[in-house]
Every structure is written in structure tokens, then in C-alpha cells.
Design a binder for this molecule. Structure first.
Ligand SMILES: Cc1cc2nc3c(=O)[nH]c(=O)nc-3n(C[C@H](O)[C@H](O)[C@H](O)COP(=O)(O)OP(=O)(O)OC[C@H]3O[C@@H](n4cnc5c(N)ncnc54)[C@H](O)[C@@H]3O)c2cc1C
Length: 369
């Protein structure tokens, strides 16, 4: 029996496993493969969010600084720093870039970029690429990786029991991305959606030693190759079955990249596909899991429909947590989210209600009950 079981070995699950193992906690990490979901598909590009003021921007850009240091600390050779040329794709994007420049929210390089774009742009060194799979594997090293798919979780005798007694742990963390929910909480059932993404490695006549980001990102990868990503497809999901059309994904990526640079002769070497898990308010989800039925029984729906809510009065599952909803910024967010969750689990540190799963509970009661 382990102290903590984490289901899901993507960047969220492995980053949390790393932090807990470093503190001497016995962690079991369950998945069929390390980085087999959205994390294995990611370009794992670390860059700021170009927006005017919003909670999403604050959370992502705060997480970014921590992400550079965290990945350097874990394994220096698995993170590469490249300058970033971020070019506006439309007028709204241009306004956001101008806002961030005017408010000095992004450090600009003094040297000019290799080419001057027609649209508004930022040229900055605040960006990096992480070796997605390699990093997840490095993070998982201190834990016991259990190659298994979890089909059932239940609480018995103050323990979490997985797969009808095959495994048990004192505490349980769901880091399952868009691939499964494992709990039937109705207020959480519609807050996450899978967004399918496709990324490619290519060789092309176009060479670059910086990352260029406009309609897609075009980044240097292994010697002379480029990584182009990613598509955002809300219609396809491997969970619903059917075959994914790789050719149309490749064509979309190459067409979008060609609007920014002249790729010349290009050959696709590798495809990467996976589901991102995005929340309906675009913020990540991290913290303990509230029990809707028990909370309704304790407080009643009238109380739960009031504007001001006291989340401390809610009823929570014992020792059950989740970390999810990172959408297209999982590698940026995971170092910070995993720190929040490990400090919460081990030292009861508070997590902002803005990020906790419980924020969706009163919203569900107001709308559905
Ligand atoms: C094409 C693409 C490009 C991207 N590019 C970037 C980028 O440049 N920068 C960035 O920061 N982010 C990027 N992202 C987003 C990033 O990959 C995600 O935010 C991140 O992977 C989320 O990590 P996760 O650990 O929450 O989920 P996942 O990586 O999806 O991990 C969830 C894991 O849980 C496992 N699992 C689920 N249910 C069970 C179960 N019942 N039993 C056992 N295991 C289970 C799955 O097998 C999976 O491995 C990209 C995503 C895609 C798809």
C-alpha cells in the first residue's frame, strides 16, 4: 500500500509525483504509459499568454517563471531556451501585444528578429522548449510506476481501493486529463472537454534557430528539423471512436505555417496527436473534490444558490484530489499546480478558490437544480 496513488502519468501527474517523492512520500503512479496522453503529443513550448488583463493570463504568466526554473532543476538537458518571435494573427491579437508592450509586461530583446513581420510582434527570450516525454519520464523516476488502467475507485476503511482491491492508497489524486473522469460527480461532468491536437516534426528548406509563433508555432527541434504545432479540433476524439485523418491535420499545419514563413520543400517525419483537457472557464482545476449529494444534504439547494459561498462549509471526499484542465498550457502550468497541490496535501496550504474544482458546484446547483 502506498501513501498516495496518482492516476495519470502526464505532465500534471508526473510533476506532482516528483514533488511528493522529493518530500519522502511513497507514491504509486498509474497509467498504461508515461506521457501516453496529451502530454506526449505536446510541443511543450513554454511562452507567455498574450492577453490584456484576465485571470487566465495572470495564472499562466505567473506559472511561466516557475516553469523555467523547475524544468532546469529536474533535468537541464531536457529544456532548451530559444528566442521567440510572436506575431499577431489578427487585430485582437495585435491589441493584446501592444497592451503588454506598453505596460512593460514582457521583456523585449534589443536585437532585431531575423525578419521583420508585417503585423505587430514581440521578440523576446522568454520562451523555451521542453522534451515532453523525456521530462515526464524524468519526473516519474522517484515513484513506483504501475502499468495499469484504473477502471474503478472506491473508499473503504479509510483507504482508496483501486480495481476491486488490486491496489490501495491512503490518498488519491486524479490526473487523468481528458481521458477519463473516474468519479461520477455531476457538477464536474460537463466542465472539462477534450480538444484534439496534432503536431508534426518536419525537415524543410526553411531553417530557424528561434521559435516563431503566429497561426501555429514553428520551432527548432533536433538538428535541422522543425516542430510545427498544433491543431485545435473540438470535433474528433479517440474516445468516441473513428479514425483520425492524419493527412488533413498535416495539410492544415503546413498551410498555417506557410502563411508566416516560406517553408520550401518539406517532408513530414513524425506525427504527434493527443487530447488537451480544457475547462469551461479556461482556468486549470486543482484541489480537493467536493461531494455534491452530501453538500446538498448538509446545506440545501437554497443556500448553494446564494451569490456568496463558503466553500469551507461544503462536504469533501476524504483524501481525494484532482489536477486537470490545463488546456494548451499544461507544461507551463504543471510546476505551479503541482506545487499548490503537494503543499495542500502535505501541509494543508490553501489553494485559491478560483482554481479549485469546487467552484463549479454552486454553478451546477444554480443551473440544474
Ligand atoms: C498537440 C498538442 C500540443 C501541445 N502543445 C503544448 C505546448 O506547446 N505547451 C504546453 O504547455 N502545452 C501544450 N499542450 C497541452 C499539454 O499537452 C496539456 O495541457 C497537458 O498534456 C495536460 O497534461 P495532463 O497530465 O493533465 O493530461 P495528459 O497528458 O492527457 O495525461 C493524462 C493521463 O492520464 C491517463 N489516464 C486517464 N485515465 C486513466 C485511467 N483510468 N487509468 C490510468 N491512466 C489513466 C492517460 O492515459 C494519460 O496519460 C499541447 C497538447 C497537444 C495535444
Amino acid at each position: 500500500m502506498k501513501d498516495i496513488a496518482i492516476i495519470g502519468a502526464g505532465i500534471n501527474g508526473t510533476a506532482l509525483a516528483y514533488r511528493l517523492a522529493k518530500e519522502g512520500v511513497a507514491v504509486a503512479l498509474f497509467d498504461t504509459k508515461i506521457a501516453g496522453g496529451g502530454s506526449g503529443a505536446a510541443g511543450a513550448f513554454l511562452s507567455p499568454k498574450f492577453l490584456k488583463s484576465s485571470d487566465v493570463k495572470t495564472v499562466i504568466n505567473t506559472a511561466l517563471d516557475e516553469a523555467f526554473d523547475f524544468y532546469e532543476e529536474v533535468e537541464h538537458s531536457l529544456i532548451a531556451r530559444y528566442n521567440l518571435l510572436h506575431i499577431a494573427k489578427d487585430e485582437r491579437d495585435a491589441k493584446n501585444i501592444r497592451y503588454m508592450k506598453e505596460h512593460k509586461e514582457i521583456s523585449l530583446l534589443a536585437s532585431p528578429p531575423p525578419f521583420i513581420p508585417a503585423n505587430e510582434y514581440v521578440y523576446t527570450e522568454t520562451s523555451a522548449l521542453v522534451d515532453a516525454k523525456g521530462m515526464c519520464e524524468a519526473l516519474a523516476k522517484g515513484s513506483d510506476f504501475v502499468k495499469d488502467h484504473i477502471t474503478k475507485i472506491e473508499r473503504k476503511d479509510e483507504l482508496w481501493i483501486l480495481n476491486d482491491g488490486k491496489y490501495s492508497a491512503k490518498k488519491l489524486v486524479l490526473a487523468t486529463g481528458a481521458y477519463s473522469a473516474l468519479i461520477g460527480e455531476k457538477y464536474l461532468s460537463k466542465v472539462l472537454r477534450g480538444i484534439w491536437g496534432h503536431r508534426i516534426d518536419v525537415v524543410s528548406d526553411f531553417k530557424s534557430d528561434i521559435s516563431i509563433h503566429q497561426f501555429v508555432s514553428i520551432s527548432p527541434s533536433k538538428k535541422g528539423e522543425l516542430s510545427i504545432g498544433a491543431t485545435h479540433d473540438v470535433h474528433f476524439s479517440p474516445i468516441n471512436g473513428g479514425a483520425y485523418d492524419y493527412e488533413s491535420g498535416r495539410a492544415e499545419l503546413l498551410e498555417k505555417a506557410s502563411r508566416t514563413v516560406n517553408l520550401g520543400k518539406t517532408k513530414v517525419l513524425r506525427d504527434y496527436v493527443g487530447l488537451r483537457s480544457g475547462s469551461i472557464d479556461h482556468l486549470p482545476i486543482v484541489g480537493k473534490v467536493a461531494n455534491l449529494d452530501a453538500t446538498l444534504k448538509k446545506l440545501g439547494s437554497f443556500e448553494l444558490k446564494k451569490k456568496r459561498q463558503d466553500f469551507d462549509a461544503y462536504v469533501y471526499y476524504d483524501d481525494l484530489y484532482m489536477i486537470n484542465g490545463s488546456a494548451g498550457y499544461g507544461f507551463v502550468l504543471a510546476p505551479m499546480l503541482s506545487r499548490f497541490l503537494s503543499e495542500h496535501i502535505l501541509r494543508d496550504a490553501a489553494i485559491s478558490p478560483l482554481l479549485q474544482p469546487v467552484r463549479f458546484l454552486p454553478r451546477y446547483v444554480r443551473r440544474e437544480l
